[in-house]
Design a protein. Structure first.
Length: 547
């Protein structure tokens, strides 16, 4: 108690570096306090209160910004995204187009710009958006000499051309164990690869250098701060490069003060042993801008590609129930080892069969080695039911959904999912009723990175065609902001530093238009961030040139 009182006395005489005054500052704390001014010192919140009180403590070195009624929130925390992948997408060919013809033209244009043997990498295609009413195949790029590799927006499916198949030496005979993941028709391979089959091509694509990864991270973080994001959970370092290079780049950039956003880096399970052997898990690796988070695994695929594992299968005429990445015993063994190591575990599980598999694995591990505050996570938790949610609550498992996918892929879900599954689709209201404290995410680049896009989506549950899926699961703006701030911080064990604007916490915040917290969903969708502050420093200022 004496220590706290000493800190308070020192704070009383501190001169702030920055004051934001005359605004509407939503702290997002338990009491839902709102203030009109906030002061910052050494990257931390110094004080909240009335403008006159805070201004009296300023001197000639203090920067004072008049908000003129604008809204201030804690910086958005994206609890599941892929920064490196997103950054590289900004460098590769954008295939988020509405026709196969346009995709072909975009690939042809890149082919004219590169060497004949250079790989052409594209991202973001979605066959549901193509006016041709079909998906891409290798035949669409048979005239292109370069090897072509294009990922679907979900990152769980890709299409390649014949040249890429040749370089990867993919044959049906040699890869019979992946027969469900290599698309075939009467003529042979179509060029469509799913899940593990994608690795057969990725392994022959020239590896990215650390300099290229750094460029990708820089591009991604510049976009993030433009959208009010001050912290991200990187959902699997090495996911794109299949190496530890991403870890080394993020570590070095944080040590050199080159990160614009804070990164909670998840470790792909396949790299865990190597990181231990190289002594890379020590606390000295971490700082305020980079920390080591969960061990990351995958249980299944995605709904729109019908690789998410479903208890009752997909709607006719679709056959099968999706794919499991691991057999039950293997997953349980991996979870138990990680749990006994004392680590948080995060597992991608979208279909209800996968969610059930993950919950069971967590149950067994927790029973074998009880831990009070493990905060194990289910990433996405796309399809659930009351039975699963009761078990999740009992085990104190964190859920990290990306319900913005309902807008992007909802019309596909209506076609491929049975009614019961649709009723259990990203049930945000139920997550709250079970007090699961869901942390919102974009899964960028699967979805647009903007939190405002995802917030609009969870407020309306509209699909891109204007239909509404599960109107009873819509949530309020305040609830959505809580999930993007307070809950996201808790999912990363960092609620003492992030998630709300309280004295002593990181001075990470986003400034939005006046009366933002009263906006309609469609106003939210159209909103632009005014300013983003990270560690007390202005990282993005929309009106900088006008000041």
């Amino acid at each position: 108690m004496l220590i706290n009182e000493d800190i308070e006395r020192k704070r009383e005489y501190m001169v702030p570096d920055l004051i934001l005054k005359n605004g509407e500052i939503f702290t997002m704390n338990e009491q839902k306090d709102v203030y009109d001014s906030i002061s910052i010192k050494d990257g931390r919140v110094l004080e909240l209160g009335e403008t006159k009180t805070l201004e009296r403590k300023a001197d000639e070195q203090t920067t004072i910004i008049d908000l003129n009624g604008k809204t201030v929130l804690p910086g958005f925390i994206d609890a599941h995204q892929h920064m490196v992948s997103f950054g590289f997408n900004l460098l590769h060919v954008n295939c988020q187009l509405d026709s196969i013809e346009k995709v072909i033209r975009a690939i042809e244009e890149r082919a004219r710009q590169v060497k004949p043997d250079e790989w052409i990498i594209g991202f973001g295609f979605d066959e549901a958006q193509f006016i041709e009413g079909r998906t891409l195949t290798k035949e669409d790029f048979s005239h292109i000499q370069n090897p072509v590799y294009i990922t679907r927006f979900c990152l769980h499916t890709a299409v390649v051309n014949e040249r890429a198949l040749e370089l990867a030496q993919i044959t049906v005979r040699e890869h019979q164990n992946l027969s469900e993941e290599i698309d075939m028709d009467e003529s042979g391979m179509t060029g469509i690869l799913r899940e593990s089959a994608m690795d057969l091509v990725r392994r022959v694509i020239p590896p990215y250098t650390e300099a290229q990864i750094k460029e990708a991270v820089t591009l991604a973080s510049k976009q993030y701060v433009k959208e009010g994001i001050t912290s991200v959970h990187e959902a699997g370092m090495g996911f794109i490069t299949d190496s530890l290079k991403e870890f080394f780049v993020l570590r070095d950039m944080s040590n050199n003060g080159e990160l614009d956003v804070r990164v909670y880096g998840m470790i792909l399970e396949k790299f865990w042993k190597e990181m231990k052997e190289k002594n890379l898990l020590k606390k000295e690796v971490e700082n305020d801008f980079f920390s080591l988070g969960s061990i990351k695994l995958f249980a299944d695929g995605t709904l729109s590609s019908q690789t998410a594992a479903m208890l009752d299968g997909y709607a006719p005429p679709i056959e099968g129930k999706g794919l499991f990445v691991y057999e039950k015993k293997e997953l349980e063994e991996k979870v138990l080892r990680a749990h006994e190591e004392g680590k948080q575990i995060a597992i991608h599980a979208i279909g209800d069969a996968a969610v059930d598999l993950v919950v069971t694995a967590y149950e067994k591990a927790i029973k074998a080695t009880p831990r009070k505050d493990h905060r194990h996570r289910i990433e996405h938790c796309g399809i659930s039911n009351d039975y699963l949610l009761e078990r999740i609550k009992k085990l104190n498992i964190a859920v990290v959904p990306h319900p913005g996918i309902v807008y992007f892929a909802g019309d596909v879900y209506k076609r491929v999912l049975k009614e019961d599954a649709l009723q259990g689709l990203y049930t945000m209201k139920k997550f709250m009723e079970y007090d699961l404290q869901p942390a919102l995410s974009s899964d960028c680049p699967v979805l647009p990175s903007s939190p405002l896009y995802s917030i609009y989506a969870v407020m309306t549950r509209e699909t891109s065609s204007g239909d509404v899926l599960g109107e009873d699961q819509c949530i309020s703006l305040y609830e959505a902001v809580t999930m993007y701030t307070k809950n996201a911080a808790t999912a990363a064990f960092n609620e003492e530093n992030q998630g709300s604007l309280c004295v002593g916490k990181f001075a990470d915040m986003v400034i939005l238009p006046e009366k933002f917290m009263h906006f309609t969903p469609h106003q939210v969708k159209q909103t632009e961030v005014e300013m983003t502050i990270v560690d007390g420093l202005i990282k993005y200022d929309k009106l900088a040139k006008k000041r």
